[in-house]
Design a protein around this ligand. Structure first.
Ligand SMILES: *[C@@H]1O[C@H](CO)[C@@H](O)[C@H](O)[C@H]1NC(C)=O
Ligand SMILES: *[C@@H]1O[C@H](CO)[C@@H](O)[C@H](O)[C@H]1NC(C)=O
Length: 336
């Protein structure tokens, strides 16, 4: 097996706009092996058969992003047909982040785009978890504008997940007339995501009449970008965010506007494609187990992340499934 030939020392310097302190992160990443198409794959130049994947990149989560990318490539029958679209914050060093990725994945077909923080900074109201308030968390609402017009469908992925199945199957989800597809959770208490102010206002809560709204997680979505653009869904999401600035209708960050616009109207995806919540309980950080059923994607959404717990030598049992995708080279081990 071709293994970890090159070692790159990456010094990430970023200006944290919120605190105006300079954060220095030094991380050493291994080079991933090269992945090849199987003989049955269409040529990567047959653009119609390409799978487009969108992810955000920032210094805090780059180790998670690397693991996610590696997992996507490793389980794909046609890895050369996957195009990655990375979105970075305008306040970060975009070329440095992209270079960090391409150093570990020299053969990756990828593009990087800068997301203008000011597009949403005026629309964000503080949520119960500070981590959800960063502008880049809202970039998923702007993919239709950020990605080039020829990209008509995209799989959006968070950075705290790994796939253990072929992403082409997820990308092939039939969307029908829906704008997006994601696993739905109709047993979750949907009322919980909105405030009593919202539910007690007939003019607001009637937005859910004539549909059966169910919770879905916005960390894994298949989006028809053509239909999104035509229906101006970014504007629809922004309108709810503007309302939230005037009256508190929800508590979490970027999720509720998605629920307001799309819940009950999405195309379903098998739950195996988002085994979420593995980051643990939002308040106490307890370990979570898998939901019953098969697994194609493990998602460490929630308070903690597997790399944090592994570094602290206090991992949850399922963190052992993330570890094989970790490209971080431990410091001070310069073996070849
Ligand atoms: C971004 O990082 C690169 C590589 O380290 C560096 O050369 C460049 O000056 C940085 N740009 C900014 C705006 O800090
Ligand atoms: C659902 O959540 C709402 C708001 O948090 C709560 O008032 C209600 O009792 C919950 N319903 C169930 C069935 O748990």
């Amino acid at each position: 097996m071709i293994h970890l030939i090159s070692i790159f020392f990456i010094l990430l310097l970023l200006n944290h706009s919120t605190t105006s302190t300079t954060t220095t992160i030094s991380q050493l990443f291994k080079e991933a092996p090269q992945f090849y198409n199987s003989p049955k794959c269409p040529s990567p130049t047959t653009h119609d058969s390409n799978v487009h994947v969108a992810m955000t990149l920032d210094a805090t989560y780059i180790r998670g992003s690397m693991a996610a990318i590696l997992s996507v490539l490793q389980h794909s029958a046609c890895p050369e047909n996957i195009v990655f679209h990375f979105v970075t914050s305008s306040s970060s060093n975009s070329s440095l982040l992209h270079a960090t990725i391409t150093n570990s994945f020299p053969y990756l077909n990828s593009n990087v785009y800068r997301f203008e923080d000011s597009l949403v900074s005026g629309l964000i109201s503080t949520s119960i978890r500070a981590a959800l308030d960063c502008p880049l968390n809202y970039a998923r609402s702007y993919l239709a504008n950020i990605l080039p017009p020829h990209v008509n469908k995209v799989v959006y992925l968070d950075s705290d997940l790994v796939l253990v199945d072929d992403i082409a199957k997820l990308a092939a989800t039939p969307l029908g007339d829906s704008i997006l597809a994601a696993p739905e959770y109709c047993n979750a208490n949907f009322s919980f995501y909105f405030t009593p102010t919202f539910w007690s206002s007939p003019s607001l809560s009637s937005t859910f009449s004539n549909r059966k709204p169910c919770y879905f997680n916005t960390g894994v979505m298949v989006i028809n970008l053509d239909k999104w653009r035509a229906g101006e869904y970014t504007t629809k999401i922004e309108e709810w965010m503007e309302l939230q600035k005037r009256m508190r209708i929800y508590e979490l960050g970027s999720l509720p506007p998605f629920l307001l616009v799309f819940a009950g109207k999405i195309a379903p995806v098998n739950h195996r494609w988002n085994q979420h919540g593995l980051g643990g309980d939002n308040y106490r950080g307890l370990c979570r187990d898998l939901h019953p059923g098969p697994v194609s994607l493990l998602h460490w959404s929630g308070k903690s992340k597997p790399w944090v717990r592994l570094d602290a030598e206090r991992p949850c049992p399922l963190d052992a499934l993330w570890a094989p995708y970790d490209l971080l080279k431990p410091l001070f081990t310069f073996d070849t």
